[in-house]
Design a protein around this ligand. Structure first.
Ligand code: WTA
Length: 637
């Protein structure tokens, strides 16, 4: 299948960029023509950023799974759609052809239907990285249910919050998950979460680890038993649900500046076009290539670049159950060699952690199949970029630094592999359809080059979020009100003399720890639940491996006197409330926090203290008690 919207030269990129901004309707209409639609659109784009209201391909009907699966069957039904690699190098990998994946999805879709799941219902998915996770996600999309995948590292409490917010009627989970040396008891966590959720009627369980689980009569169904009852021919012949282009495809919860995670909503048509367009162009995907994205499907990167982007393109996508350092820090390289991976897409945190394991681990692997190396999730430092390029790519691979967000659905700013130049630590240029701009604190646009400011986007691209689930006002307030008329990313950026963008990090109260977004308020709320904690403040500080670490300043008046025990207990509370990913790296007990006269915590000062930049604390005269700062500095960890 020739891909007419694949950009193959700088000139073509510049022309596509111009056309996409001058005439977005014609441009995206043309791109969208290559998909399978059940009905074509009445209009390509209607939008305003005031409400906000964004509609792409309005009036069109489709099912995204027909574009991921069915349409490839005549030509490449026997080609590999999915390779699964176990957590353990000793377990055999699994491969699904497009025919096989199609069948498995149709079968599980039938299970969902017979369980009463219909279009518009919300289904939460809480599984490890097994093929059945991909099958579950696609089966939801096939029957028109809105999937909400919850990362397997979240606690029962976080799961319950998400299930309740979405009012999910069903859960798909596993008995347990393998992750490195750990076994995670997913089903037990679901059981605990569901004590606080009454919308859920059915739980399907895929047995992966065979740990003992309790089955609740009338609610819990084993995956294997459920699919055993399906008539395969009937399942294959049952048509995929007809979806409007603007019907929700999924909800994905992500952290923001407030305590409560918000459900970012993506819709069927625009998201499909965007993930396909960005996947094929940023990575310059060629037919027959194997694409290995190391993210978890619980995050947006897994949604867009393990599942929807590669599958709509008919690629071979690789799903890895484990972690980069288990059993040894050459697990990625082993997988690359074993499966002849062409594109490797990972996060700076993984790169830094593998770099710190020493060069021998990577030098022993030649990896001649590699062509493109991608990075995502956080700013990549020059040293990690160079190591990735020289040691992993052996100097022969293109590096694409892709900047984007849960809310953007797919990549917005990135070089296109071997088509537009890379520049270490820069995401470089926007993709067609994306018009970035920098603004100052007052919302005035900052023109010219060699400038930095807050990164906004002027117009909608097909993959932009449409709303936050159940609370449209929150979507408006969070993204479209800070700078009226613009989408505000929450990131700061710098623009060089050639118009290349370098993302410098979040400018709001969101931390990026190991490429995971964590809201400071969420962590503070969790810490404050610990007995004896009066108040707390969280800031980020530079961390060699994780990019950012979590530094907690805590006012504690409880009984525990041993600081190590106390820190441990506080982190246990955080794990219970949110998940282990949000644990603080440093916990400093303080007698007070620097506050303004109006009672606002001066985070700027705490940030400087955590970063160790004690000379540049700035003006502390507006503080209620300036001497507080000295005592915090003295106790600095
Ligand atoms: C950060 C992940 C620098 C950024 C796809 C953004 C990056 C947040 C990059 C979104 C990059 C993502 N360079 N920073 N290439 N990619 N970020 O929603 O701060 O998990 O706002 O989406 O990650 O994280 P999210």
């Amino acid at each position: 299948m020739h891909n007419p919207s694949l950009i193959t030269s700088i000139e073509a990129r510049n022309q596509a960029y111009r056309e996409s901004l001058e005439n977005p309707e014609e441009f995206w209409g043309h791109v969208a023509d290559q998909f399978t639609w059940k009905r074509k659109w009445d209009s390509v784009l209607d939008w305003n950023f005031e409400e906000p209201n964004v509609r792409w391909f309005d009036g069109a009907q489709l099912n995204i799974t027909e574009n991921c699966l069915d349409r490839h069957l005549p030509e490449r039904g026997d080609e590999i759609a999915l390779i699964w690699e176990s957590n353990s190098p000793n377990e055999e990998s699994k491969k699904y052809t497009y025919n096989e994946l199609h069948e498995a999805v149709c079968v599980f879709a039938q299970v969902l239907r017979s369980g009463g799941i219909k279009k518009g219902d919300r289904v939460c998915i809480y599984m490890g990285m097994v093929p059945e996770l991909a099958i579950a996600v696609l089966a939801c999309a096939r029957v028109g249910a809105i999937h909400s995948v919850i990362f397997g590292g979240f606690s029962a409490h976080s799961v319950a919050d998400r299930v309740n917010d979405a009012q999910a009627t069903a859960i798909i989970t596993c008995d347990g998950a393998y992750r490195g040396a750990k076994d995670i008891p997913l089903k037990a966590i679901i059981d605990e979460a569901l004590q606080h959720c009454n919308s859920v009627k059915t739980v399907w369980i895929y047995e992966r680890t065979n740990i003992e689980i309790e089955l609740k009569e009338g609610r819990d169904i084993l995956w294997k038993q459920a699919i055993a009852h399906v008539n395969i021919q009937e399942a294959i012949n049952t048509p995929a649900e007809t979806m409007e282009a603007e019907d929700p495809l999924f909800i994905l919860y992500t952290s923001g500046s407030t305590g409560k995670p918000k459900g970012v909503v993506h819709t069927c048509g625009g998201y499909m076009v965007w993930t396909h367009y960005t996947f094929t162009n940023a990575f310059q995907y060629q037919r027959g290539w194997v694409h290995f994205c190391t993210a978890d499907i619980g995050w947006i990167t897994g949604h867009s670049y393990i599942l929807y982007g590669p599958l709509t393109a008919g690629a071979t996508t690789l799903l890895f159950e484990g972690i980069p350092t288990y059993p040894n820090p050459d697990r990625f390289w082993e997988i690359v060699e074993k499966h002849n991976v062409d594109i490797l897409y990972t996060a700076p945190t993984a790169i830094r952690s593998l770099m710190s394991a020493g060069n021998d681990w990577v030098m022993n692997h030649k990896m001649p199949s590699l062509k493109v190396l991608g990075t995502v999730g956080e700013p990549i430092n020059e040293e990690a970029w160079q190591w990735y390029h020289k040691m992993v790519g052996k100097g022969n691979c293109e590096i694409v630094d892709t900047w984007w967000q849960t809310e953007t659905g797919g990549v917005l700013i990135s070089n296109l592999a071997a088509v537009t130049p890379s520049k270490p630590t820069f995401a470089t240029l926007p993709l067609p359809g994306v018009e970035p701009l920098l603004v100052d604190e007052n919302g005035n646009e900052i023109f010219g080059n060699n400038v930095s400011g807050n990164l906004c986007i002027r117009k909608p691209w097909p993959g932009i979020l449409r709303t936050t689930w159940g609370d449209h006002e929150r979507c408006k307030q969070t993204y479209f009100s800070t700078y009226p008329g613009l989408y505000f990313t929450g990131d700061g950026a710098l623009r060089d003399e050639n118009g290349n963008y370098r993302i410098t990090g979040r400018v709001d109260d969101v931390l990026n720890v190991s490429g995971h977004r964590i809201g400071t308020a969420e962590v503070e709320n969790a810490i404050n639940l610990h007995t004896g904690v009066i108040e707390s403040a969280i800031v980020g500080y530079p961390h060699d491996i994780k990019g950012q670490g979590i530094y907690a300043f805590v006012i504690y008046q409880g009984l525990e006197t041993d600081l190590r025990t106390l820190s441990h207990q506080i982190n246990e509370t955080v794990s219970r409330e949110i998940g282990a990913i949000a644990k603080a790296d440093k916990i400093q007990i303080v007698s007070g926090l620097p506050k303004t006269r109006s009672g606002k915590i001066m985070r700027r000062i705490l940030r400087k203290i955590a970063e160790g930049e004690l000379e540049s604390l700035g003006d502390t005269s507006t503080l209620l008690d300036p001497s507080m700062v000295d005592s915090i500095i003295q106790g600095r960890l």
